[in-house]
Design a protein around this ligand. Structure first.
Ligand code: BG6
Length: 478
């Protein structure tokens, strides 16, 4: 794990590298990958010899692809066009069809020509920025075309980066994994959950395990409940067709939210290395108790915002949830009886990602009998990065009265100082340097699906009604 984000060690990633992006004309490329790659280049954090090859169906040549990149940069703040144009010189284009083996042969020739020009065998990174239904065919063609074979034992590693959702339930995830297992070694596969790479999410781990004051109070004896909220004002925007197949629980519950839960719930790893951290996160996820039929009705809610069915790409009689709430329990001695309440939705009245760890009421205490004083440890992960603890102190004055006061750390300013590294920059950098800490392991993915399936199975049988809510509201009332 890199402990000094401001000075990554270039020797770890300075070998010649070619990044091929499947789906290079899509939304992810525009919104996340183009800015991340530009910022890495601008900071001098890309290998000295680096090429970015876009693979997609559109009829664009290298120049057309570069112009598209320059257009994408129009939406990026503070970009000097000339700088961006120099960066775009790294870009190349390979027109191709995901299902056509000739396209992969053409890609192989394209990559060979780069190696020839450089006079060496480069490292190859393949990024699947495509809807999940294309994963299997791309993996198969990649492997069959020989593209993922390293040049030799010494040089030219190959790695694949896969976006979530990885599968649509446990069964499909297992099938995909078995297939990946035949084609690639685990150390070649980087399963992305961009939440893990967020600065603020990494801070959960740092705060928990570097501050001994939490050590003795981080369990069900001291903690009453944990809440994790990921609320969004935006709707499904242009992703209606994708979203309608997926729904909120699969889109963010199975991955981002359970990863945040894992970071809060995991045991201290024996050592802070990728394999141990991933093992500890996976163990927390495996300990999630599958939701029983009784609990399903009591502790889960699903809802859809009014107007969702009229969104582009969404079925007019869609039953897909755009909001969910559920209580998860972890079956291990540390967390016995502590609910982890998860809530997420689109088109709500605010955009925030936050977690609350509420400590139990101390008894006896100085407070009036009917007043529960509780400490809350609050993390705001978005839009601002903030950590706060609420304390109870004496209100100044003659009477012995208590008032709640926050003690807060806020990180405003890190963005201004250029210290903030975007999650996608971190993902690309870590993949190039071969650090899998912030990527989900196969065990984590399977453990999350096992839990999520227990909810989805009940929802499928209509045991929990699909509620509706007004766009711009706090979600369903019940
Ligand atoms: C994505 C989901 O993984 O995460 C989106 O598919 C969601 O639906 C997004 O909006 C939220 O990510 P961020 O980084 O904008 O908080």
């Amino acid at each position: 794990m890199n402990y000094n984000m401001n000075m990554p060690h270039k020797k770890n990633f300075n070998a010649p590298t070619v990044l091929t992006i499947f789906g290079a004309t899509g939304d992810l490329m525009k919104k996340k990958l183009t800015p991340a790659l530009f910022h890495l280049w601008n900071r001098g954090w890309l290998p000295d010899k680096c090429a970015i090859v876009g693979f997609a169906r559109k009829d664009l040549g290298d120049n057309g692809f570069r112009s598209m990149a320059v257009n994408f940069s129009g939406g990026m703040a503070g970009i000097v066009k000339k700088d961006f144009e120099s960066f775009a010189e790294l870009w190349r284009y390979q027109r191709g069809n995901f299902s056509d083996s000739n396209s992969y042969a053409a890609l192989a020739r394209n990559l060979e020509s780069i190696d020839e020009a450089w006079g060496m065998c480069s490292n190859k990174l393949f990024y699947l920025a495509v809807p999940p239904q294309f994963y299997e065919e791309i993996f198969t063609h990649l492997a069959n075309s020989g593209l993922t074979k390293p040049c030799s034992d010494e040089t030219g590693w190959t790695r694949v980066l896969v976006e979530k959702p990885f599968g649509s339930d446990l069964k499909t995830a297992e099938r995909l994994d078995a297939m990946l297992g035949k084609l690639f070694k685990e150390e070649q596969v980087f399963r992305i959950d961009h939440y893990l790479a967020k600065e603020s999410v990494q801070n959960i781990l740092a705060l928990r395990f570097s501050n001994s004051i939490f050590e003795s109070s981080w369990d069900g004896r001291a903690i009453e409940k944990v809440e994790i909220k990921m609320l969004e004002e935006a709707g499904v925007e242009e992703r209606g067709a994708f979203y309608d197949r997926v729904g909120t629980l699969r889109d963010v519950g199975q991955n981002h939210m359970l990863q945040m839960l894992a970071l809060i719930a995991m045991e201290r790893p024996a050592v802070f290395v990728a394999s141990e951290i991933r093992k500890a996160r996976a163990a927390a996820l495996y300990a999630l108790r599958p939701v029983s039929r009784d609990q399903l009705k009591r502790d889960t809610r699903r809802a859809q915002y009014i107007g969702y069915r009229q969104e582009g790409g969404v079925s007019p009689d869609s039953k897909t949830e755009t909001y969910f709430r559920l209580a998860a329990f972890i079956d291990n001695p540390r967390w016995e009886g502590v609910p982890f309440n998860l809530e997420s939705g689109k088109r709500l009245n605010r955009s925030v990602v936050e977690t609350f760890v509420t400590f139990k009421h101390v008894d006896p205490c100085l407070c009036p009998p009917d007043r529960h004083v509780q400490n809350v440890l609050y993390f705001q992960l978005q839009p601002n990065q903030e950590v706060a603890v609420s304390f109870w102190t004496k209100r100044p004055g003659v009477a012995m009265e208590l008032e709640e006061r926050p003690l807060a750390l806020n990180y405003s300013g890190i963005e201004k100082n250029g210290e903030l590294v975007d999650a996608y920059e971190k993902i690309l950098l870590d993949c190039i340097s071969g650090d899998q800490t912030l990527f989900a392991s196969t065990e984590e993915v399977m453990a999350s699906w096992k839990f999520i399936d227990s909810v989805l199975d009940g929802w499928k049988n209509n045991e929990v009604p699909l509620l509706v809510y007004e766009p711009g509201s706090a979600g369903p009332i019940v």
